[in-house]
Design a protein around this ligand. Structure first.
Ligand SMILES: *[C@@H]1O[C@H](CO)[C@@H](O)[C@H](O)[C@H]1NC(C)=O
Ligand SMILES: *[C@@H]1O[C@H](CO)[C@@H](O)[C@H](O)[C@H]1NC(C)=O
Ligand SMILES: *[C@@H]1O[C@H](CO)[C@@H](O)[C@H](O)[C@H]1NC(C)=O
Ligand SMILES: *[C@@H]1O[C@H](CO)[C@@H](O)[C@H](O)[C@H]1NC(C)=O
Length: 254
């Protein structure tokens, strides 16, 4: 009995949800789930992908030279505790399944602009125009994303740290509602990529968030003010008592 209990629940949940994601991640065009392709083993918090872009899609890479597939694995994995593995699509009739609130794959990460864009780019880059049908529309994608999971106007949830070892390419921060027909559009994305705007990283996000800094300043100021006031009050209250008591205490001592 206790042996069962001692089995770490987290690991069990992790395997279940990863397996569910893996099998659902590979759906054929008819909506039939296909199990398979999820062969690699994850260790620790590893983030990995078996999906590979064909040549001609290096413009999708982030500044660290990571493919949209590895970037997508990092983006989606940021909401998973134990790691994430993004399988390759089997063929052009498959796509990555949309977030599903029933099996736990609907997260702030999978529902985010960056999560959606990177995953659709990853699907497309595995075959180019042949894989056209693998791109989900944003409307269909976010069906299971409750309003608390949607991150607009932020491309990636502010409360989820963008891992150190990745970066979100600028085109992937695009609001999916602005893609033609609200569907990730490789041509438009490439145009944005050619502007060579900086990647979105945790560091760039922290340093361009003066709001939190001024909040911190206000809090520090308020705390310092309260402490100064308490000291002033203590001195005012203490002084007369001290003065009155002093002679008595001296008398006792003498
Ligand atoms: C969502 O997940 C549940 C539970 O795994 C499954 O039964 C259902 O078919 C999934 N829905 C879609 C649209 O894939
Ligand atoms: C991709 O599919 C859309 C329709 O879904 C079509 O309008 C477009 O021309 C296709 N693009 C390519 C390159 O095949
Ligand atoms: C989840 O998405 C499926 C289709 O993918 C839809 O049938 C279902 O109603 C959605 N559930 C919620 C809670 O939005
Ligand atoms: C993130 O990067 C900083 C330096 O840029 C490093 O000091 C820190 O250890 C890194 N954190 C992780 C979790 O890798």
């Amino acid at each position: 009995m206790w042996q069962r209990k001692s089995m770490p629940l987290k690991t069990t949940l992790f395997i279940t949800s990863l397996h569910a994601f893996g099998s659902l991640a590979l759906e054929d065009g008819m909506g039939l789930p296909v199990i398979g392709g999820l062969t690699s083993k994850l260790r620790g918090r590893a983030v990995q992908t078996e999906a590979v872009c064909i040549t001609g899609f290096s413009w999708m890479n982030n500044g660290l030279g990571q493919s949209p597939c590895l970037s997508a694995a990092f983006a989606l994995g940021a909401c998973m505790n134990d790691g994430f593995d993004l399988p390759a699509l089997i063929d052009a009739q498959h796509h990555y399944s949309a977030p599903n609130s029933t099996d736990g794959t609907a997260t702030e990460c999978s529902c985010s602009w960056a999560g959606y864009n990177l995953l659709q780019a990853c699907a497309y880059c595995q075959g180019g125009p042949l894989y056209n049908a693998s791109i989900f529309s944003w409307m269909a994608w976010q069906q299971n994303c409750s309003s608390s999971l949607l991150t607009d106007p932020n491309p990636f949830p502010l409360n989820i740290v963008i891992p150190n070892d990745t970066a979100i390419a600028s085109w992937a921060t695009t609001n999916p509602n602005t893609w033609p027909n609200q569907k990730f559009d490789p041509t438009t994305a490439q145009t944005i990529a050619q502007e060579n705007l900086p990647d979105l990283t945790q560091h760039s996000r922290d340093s361009s968030n003066p709001k939190s800094k001024s909040h911190l300043g206000a809090i520090v100021g308020a705390v310092a003010g309260v402490i100064a006031l308490l000291i002033a009050v203590a001195i005012l209250v203490w002084r007369p008592i001290y003065r009155k008591r002093l002679p008595e205490e001296l008398a006792v001592l003498v």
